[in-house]
Design a protein around this ligand. Structure first.
Ligand code: FE2
Ligand code: FE2
Length: 155
């Protein structure tokens, strides 16, 4: 379905686009930097979903509301590969990376929630809601990982 975006909708989507790009960068860099293989796998899996989010946001920016049910297999968006020099800036511990990723996912999920309320089209709202749900799943994967490693104290 084709929609015409308001200026506000476009600005909100541009913000989400930059968030998704940053998520892809973080997961790519942290996958390389992580010591633990399980954390590398979480970064890899979440990164694939972030690429599909970026693809979806780009479709919305083009005025095209994708069908969320058909959108599952569109993960092959070839983002630029980060050079190894970009991955060697700051060396964070696995726990620091997890804390940063969890903080990032919380923020991104919150900004989707805010954006959804500004959209006129129900289909576009549903697409953004679907992405937000996946951001919460990313947060859950990181949370559970941290909890299992004693990195996250819930008591
Ligand atoms: Fe995302
Ligand atoms: Fe995410």
């Amino acid at each position: 379905m084709q929609i015409t975006l308001t200026q506000k909708e476009r600005l909100l989507l541009e913000d989400q686009k930059s968030h998704e790009e940053l998520c892809i960068e973080k997961y790519t860099v942290y996958e390389k930097q992580a010591i633990d293989n399980q954390l590398k796998q979480i970064c890899n899996a979440n990164c694939k979903v972030e690429r599909s989010h970026l693809d979806t946001i780009n479709q919305l920016l083009a005025g095209n509301v994708p069908d969320i049910n058909q959108n599952q297999n569109q993960n092959q968006n070839p983002m630029q590969n980060l050079s190894s020099s970009q991955a060697s800036g700051i060396n964070l511990s696995d726990k620091d990376m997890c804390t940063d990723l969890l903080m990032t996912e919380k923020h991104v999920s919150g900004s989707y929630d805010t954006a959804i309320f500004e959209f006129r089209d129900t289909g576009a709202r549903d697409v953004l809601n679907h992405i937000q749900k996946e951001e919460q799943k990313h947060g859950e994967a990181i949370f559970k990982y941290m909890e299992s490693k004693g990195m996250y104290n819930v008591k």
